[in-house]
Design a protein around this ligand. Structure first.
Ligand code: NAD
Length: 533
């Protein structure tokens, strides 16, 4: 067993303390002032310059769609091309910096975010419709990525002597790849974008961030800090815009060496396909890291502690309206526990308080946009052939103002049904009964995805079986299945949940580099130290 990593996670805010609540409320009030005075907007940053030209769009508050947060200028293909050329030019100077210097700059990004925790938390509440606790946890995760990857680079940066043989030295070392295109989702618009960008930069690559269309304003605020921390203007660029237009252009470019993508399975597979097509001028095979979706299951065993399990299921399934790749969307209940557990779940789901994300009591808020709301509501309506267990409600003052979807649970869902098979990415859970614990494991593993999974049980034999046979990237026992912490719970899946190593873990940075071996004959025959100029 190796020693624990020296890194420590950033602590979460304790909103039970009056002063902590007041601090975030003040930040929300200040943000409102900034919004009213037109200070919130999204734009490209290329070569260190803010560029507000491009397609003019607007981001509205998903909790209150009448409220305009700010204008966003979507970049054109020409702007994306400028970003590529700038970051290709800047690569050699940035890679020449020592890894220690780069690690210090990345740490500085983390420290700058740390100084602005209430600001970023309030911006996520508004732009991403994410409730207080979830937004605070996301900002903490962004800080963690900066400090952890900086520390990791110190571990990996120096050449490593593989074997000392008389007359020969052998070194193993890493070099950066080149321009890394980072394509991020909206559901962790700060943390995931930040994690992928700082991983690319600390390893000596230059990085272009293409944030999600829905969350370009938080990306813009983050991008400003990257430059403020000391990343050179030609080592990083931000290009907000349409995925199928500029995202596709960045992926296909011969100047791109690597793509770090987090998002849906369909887009991830499309990116892998495009990246594997060689274009004129391309210097090598493009590397793709793609972290994709999930259809995650929780098993509730016959002897599970129902109090713990209900809490764990509700938070895992409905936290951030089920819009986490790690969210629980299948619930498998063993044998005689089925009916009594469903009875408790129905009562608890009806009691959930669903309201605007800025309301501190909100368990969850809106979904991200109108398209998402219509899609999830249609999925629920189309499931007429399945038995509805319960549908909760929306707090009356929020109802009709934002893109809200009530918490919805279906029971006795057949394994052939799309509710059971497809990622919904909303507050919808499909339940099924298992004959035995073995049967529960079979049902859980019968998925094209393998991201997270959970078991509530007090039976040591069953828990041991789950450890070996519940095949998911992150398995959680007797706790919720969301909220992985950087370093403590490196995160990521396999099957159609993605390709690449876990974010926030020891193998992550290595993907952004190429290993090299240098062997030197040190017998020094004819060696002339005086030639050293
Ligand atoms: P999405 O795939 O729709 O979009 C992700 C990004 O890809 C956006 O920036 C988008 O503009 C861009 N994009 C779209 N089409 C593109 C194209 N043709 N070429 C290049 N880029 C393109 O995903 P989303 O709706 O933003 O996020 C939700 C999805 O992300 C869910 O499936 C969720 O499970 C997944 N996700 C996975 C993880 C993980 O760690 N495994 C984490 C968060 C989210």
């Amino acid at each position: 067993m190796s020693a624990p990593h020296p890194f420590k996670n950033h602590p979460l805010a304790d909103f039970t303390i009056k002063e902590v609540r007041a601090e975030l409320q003040n930040a929300l009030d200040s943000l409102e002032q900034e919004r009213r005075t037109g200070k919130l907007f999204g734009a490209s940053i290329i070569d260190g310059k803010v560029d507000r030209s491009g397609e003019a769009t607007v981001r509205n508050d998903p909790s209150n769609t009448a409220l305009e947060i700010g204008p966003v200028a979507f970049a054109s293909k020409e702007q994306a091309q400028q970003a590529l050329e700038s970051c290709a030019r800047g690569f050699h100077a940035w890679r020449a910096r020592s890894y220690e210097e780069r690690a210090c700059i990345i740490e500085k990004i983390g420290l700058l975010i740390k100084e602005r925790v209430p600001f970023f938390t309030s911006l996520l509440i508004r732009e991403a419709g994410k409730p207080w606790r979830d937004s605070d946890a996301e900002v903490a995760e962004a800080i963690d990525f900066c400090l952890y990857y900086a520390e990791e680079m110190r571990r990996l940066g120096a050449p490593h002597l593989t074997e000392q043989v008389l007359g020969e030295e052998n070194y193993y070392l890493y070099q950066p790849r080149g321009v890394v295109v980072v394509i991020a989702p909206w559901n962790f618009s700060l943390a995931i974008a930040c994690g992928m960008v700082v991983a690319a930069l600390v390893t000596g690559n230059t990085a272009i961030l293409k944030p999600s269309e829905q969350t370009s304003i938080v990306a813009f605020e983050f991008a400003k800090l990257v430059l403020e921390a000391g990343v050179p203007a030609d080592a990083f660029a931000l290009v907000p815009g349409r995925g199928e237009v500029i995202g596709a252009h960045l992926v296909a470019s011969p100047l791109t060496a690597m793509i770090a993508f987090t998002g849906s399975r369909a887009v991830g597979l499309e990116i892998i396909r495009t990246a594997s097509t060689v274009v004129p001028g391309q210097q090598g095979i493009k590397r793709v890291v793609a972290e994709l979706g999930g259809k995650n299951a929780i098993i509730v065993d016959e002897d599970a502690d129902f109090d713990d399990a209900i809490r764990g299921v509700l938070t895992s399934a409905f936290g951030y309206a089920g819009q986490k790749c790690s969210a629980c969307s299948r619930l498998i209940i063993v044998g005689d526990a089925y009916e009594p557990f469903l009875e408790r779940l129905a009562a608890a789901t009806s009691d959930l308080y669903v309201a605007a994300a800025a309301d501190p009591a909100s368990f969850y808020g809106p979904v991200i946009d109108e398209e998402s709301a219509s899609r999830v509501i249609k999925t629920i309506r189309d499931a007429q052939d399945v038995r509805l267990l319960v549908q909760g409600s929306i707090e009356p003052q929020s109802l009709g103002h934002g893109w809200f979807v009530p918490p919805t649970v279906f029971r006795d869902v057949p394994q052939t049904h799309s509710l059971w098979r497809d990622e919904i990415f909303g507050p919808v859970v499909a339940c099924a009964k298992a004959r035995s614990f073995e049967h529960a494991l079979e049902l859980a593993n019968e998925s094209e995805y393998a991201l997270t999974g959970g078991v509530f049980s007090r039976n040591p034999t069953n828990l041991e079986r789950a450890r070996t046979d519940f095949r998911v990237g992150n398995l959680y026992i007797n706790r919720l299945i969301t909220g992985a912490l950087v370093c403590r719970q490196p995160f990521g899946g396999f099957k159609f949940s993605g390709i690449g190593s876990k974010a926030g873990g020891r193998d992550y940075l290595v993907q952004f580099m190429e290993p090299r071996t240098i062997t030197e004959n040190t017998m020094r025959r004819g060696f002339s130290p005086d030639l050293n100029s």
